[in-house]
Design a protein around this ligand. Structure first.
Ligand SMILES: Cc1cc2nc3c(=O)[nH]c(=O)nc-3n(C[C@H](O)[C@H](O)[C@H](O)COP(=O)(O)OP(=O)(O)OC[C@H]3O[C@@H](n4cnc5c(N)ncnc54)[C@H](O)[C@@H]3O)c2cc1C
Length: 410
């Protein structure tokens, strides 16, 4: 069985969420059934129930216990493939459009947290994308020019400017104003589900879907305890486990590592506690939390097959401990003045990358009455939101053109 997260993640530890939902115990019918109650499924259920669609959501585990609880929850307008890279694949207009859509999704999350009466520690932030290598300076300058020309609120940081506001070595960087955010993903998922329930959502935990088939223009799902769910449409929001629907090259799976400090008092050398990412491959990412912890992540490794070491890695394995050690040393080198740094949580989880950094959202000719909402890539959460809205539109008969960029057969 796929175990997408290992270790104690901060989100399921700091939240004392007592909401529990029963497993399915009879045959039921609905308009739309969602498989997977992570952040993506929860966002789908929110948008559908807000539009009075009779919706059921099921998870084989408990709410939010997949990758959702194992993520860093950095939300950014920038996409892994960068504007220059994405332009090379889908053209400038489309690439800019994707960046604008992720920017809009940021502010959409802000609105949703207000609607669900729980801010979920959502905070708009600035972000820094930088390099410490001379070789990457030109690329960053070009990337900056393209973003600036297309109206994004960015500043270029050269070595001199970098020295004044950051304590680590910056050769060049793009500083983006209010174009990123942080959130508590586990709490957000639970609050979305709670709001959905107020709007008529039916939720079943510990309910695995073992079979889906089409019957008389409907889908019929069979659960592990033998009950049936009949619906007009099914949404596949099973995260990285949905890879089984496609050929293996759809996304490359890696394992990413995170450490979380105890709350700290000194943040010297960290301008505005902005979100930080470097140009390395794999890259390092850093954020803070509402209670002044620091999360630093990265050190990604390719997963390999289902019997590989990386696939089955435990949190106390030497390999994991080594990764956590490297991350702790990196944190020290970023912020030498941070004192009394103690690590409270360490965890790692599956992470998927697509070639163009874009998600897989929409329909597939081989799977009638299915919608896929797979936010692969480092913008997984924002893609989940974009997907939830696009699938709502598809359900109501619209086909927004951007879906063409997120096609599953591309
Ligand atoms: C270390 C790390 C850092 C990350 N950092 C970020 C970040 O900073 N920003 C960001 O946006 N993203 C980040 N991600 C990615 C992010 O975690 C994912 O994009 C996101 O959690 C995906 O949510 P999901 O709901 O699609 O999947 P999941 O949370 O995995 O939910 C899928 C659910 O489907 C259920 N399921 C599967 N199969 C079945 C079945 N047959 N029947 C019933 N239920 C089933 C599972 O139990 C699970 O609960 C990170 C990931 C990792 C591992």
């Amino acid at each position: 069985m796929m175990n997408t997260v290992s270790g104690d993640t901060i989100w399921s530890k700091i939240n004392n969420i007592t909401n529990k939902y029963t497993y399915i115990s009879k045959n039921i019918e609905c308009d739309v059934v969602i498989i997977g109650a992570g952040i993506t499924g929860a966002l789908c259920s929110y948008h559908l129930t807000k539009n009075d669609v009779d919706t059921v959501i099921v998870d084989k585990n408990i709410i939010g216990y997949g990758s959702t609880r194992g993520c860093t929850a950095i939300l950014q307008y920038e996409i892994d493939s960068n504007l220059i890279g994405l332009k090379g694949i889908i053209g400038e207009k489309n690439a800019v459009n994707c960046f604008k859509e992720t920017e809009n999704a940021l502010f959409e999350i802000d609105k949703i947290t207000k609607d669900i009466d729980d801010d979920c520690e959502f905070r708009i932030k600035d972000c820094l994308y930088y390099t410490y290598k001379n070789n990457d300076i030109n690329f960053l300058k070009n990337e900056y020019d393209l973003r600036k020309m297309n109206g994004f609120d960015v500043k270029y940081i050269d070595q001199e400017k970098g020295k004044n506001i950051f304590s680590f070595n910056i050769k060049g960087g793009i500083y983006s104003k209010d174009l990123a955010a942080e959130i508590d993903p586990y709490r957000f998922t639970h609050s979305l589900i709670r709001k959905g329930v107020e709007n008529g959502l039916r939720v079943y935990e510990n309910t695995e879907v073992v079979n889906v088939k089409n019957e008389n223009k409907k889908v019929v799902l069979t659960t592990n305890n033998g009950f049936k769910i009949k619906a007009k449409k099914v949404i596949i929001a099973t995260g990285y486990e949905a890879r089984k629907y496609f050929n293996k090259k759809t996304a490359i799976l890696t394992r990413s590592f995170n450490i979380v400090t105890k709350p700290l008092t000194c943040f010297e050398g960290w301008h505005n506690k902005c979100i930080i990412r470097d140009t390395d491959d794999p890259y390092i990412y850093i954020r803070s939390t509402d209670d002044d912890r620091v999360i630093i992540g990265g050190e990604d490794e390719k997963l390999g097959g289902e019997r590989s070491k990386m696939y089955n890695l435990k949190n106390e394995d030497v390999l994991s401990l080594n990764k956590y050690n490297i991350l702790q040393n990196k944190l020290k080198s970023y912020f030498p003045k941070m004192n009394n740094v103690e690590i409270e949580y360490t965890f790692s989880g599956f992470f998927a990358e697509t070639k163009d950094g874009l998600p897989y959202i929409g329909e597939h000719k081989d799977y009638p009455n299915h919608y896929f909402c797979l936010g692969y890539g480092s913008n997984g959460i924002l893609y989940g939101l974009m997907g939830a809205k696009l699938i709502r539109d598809l359900y109501f008969g619209d086909h927004p053109p951007i879906l063409n960029l997120f096609r599953l057969d591309r």
